[in-house]
Design a protein around this ligand. Structure first.
Ligand SMILES: Nc1ncnc2c1ncn2[C@@H]1O[C@H](COP(=O)(O)OP(=O)(O)OP(=O)(O)O)[C@@H](O)[C@H]1O
Ligand SMILES: [Mg+2]
Length: 229
């Protein structure tokens, strides 16, 4: 299954979600390949750092100049694609290859508007060329303060968009995600009982229900252990 993680706005969490999903699938013993289709190469950098740190399982990620098509023809398993609005042609190619498009949406009106625009681009790209892919939206970087209502309002606004599924599994604004990038580890590897980990695992299991009960590998082995507190 090819899952594209996309949206138009920068910083909504595309690379973060792609990286964490790739690690989660690898822990489940799944054959997963990730494509970094963003010239910024954030995903490639974090995967490279993980390799340097000697963290297992190893993640197979291709750098931005790779054409996914021939690799996908041979690949049996899951594929993840991290896309960027800065490269429209590649973004459209990825949309055409997607079985599913997962869209992280930060809690703001501007992000709801840009998500609508992204759905328009999906529609224009798909046109008559193929069927509409499954499009899954969820709120990322949700407010963790109970007094703030923007995340509820954003989630509600998303339900009015057509031809999408809105997951109620929100990912909160958690510092663990920044640490995850600086250590090359997924949030559930850093601290499995943290709120960040629990939220992420909830989302991952919703996206891959058949793997929800699968036995996971043991805690990853870090050669140069910078263990999470
Ligand atoms: N749920 C979260 N909580 C806290 N920080 C987050 C969360 N999701 C993402 N971030 C942080 O936000 C920043 C942007 O995330 P990320 O690079 O994944 O976004 P992106 O959509 O891939 O951005 P770009 O469009 O620039 O590629 C990173 O510093 C990341 O650690
Ligand atoms: Mg990115």
């Amino acid at each position: 299954m090819v899952t594209v993680i996309g949206n138009l706005k920068g910083g909504c969490g595309k690379s973060t979600i792609t990286f964490n999903l790739a690690v989660w699938l690898a822990h489940a013993g799944e054959n997963v390949v990730a494509f970094d289709l963003d010239p910024q190469a954030t995903l490639s950098e974090v995967v490279e750092l993980r390799k340097e740190e000697g963290v297992e399982p190893f993640i197979n990620a291709y750098r931005p100049d790779t054409d996914p098509e021939p690799i996908l023809k041979e690949h049996k398993g899951h594929a993840l694609m991290d896309i960027s609005a800065s490269n429209r042609w590649t973004m459209r190619q990825a949309i055409l290859m997607a079985d599913r498009i997962v869209v992280p949406v930060p809690p703001s009106q501007a992000d709801v508007w840009s998500t609508q625009r992204f759905l328009d681009i999906i529609a224009e790209t798909v046109g008559r060329k193929r069927d509409w892919p499954e499009v899954v939206l969820f709120v990322n970087r949700a407010d963790t303060h109970p007094g703030l209502r923007e995340s509820d309002e954003t989630e509600e606004a998303l339900t009015y968009l057509s031809r999408v599924t809105v997951l109620k599994d929100r990912i909160g604004q958690r510092t663990a995600y920044r640490r995850s990038f600086s250590e090359g580890r997924a949030v559930f590897e850093l601290s499995p009982r943290s709120k960040a980990a629990q939220e992420f695992l909830g989302l991952a299991k919703k996206l891959y229900p058949s793997l929800a009960k699968k036995r996971r590998t043991k805690r990853p082995v870090a050669k140069h252990a910078k263990l999470a507190s």
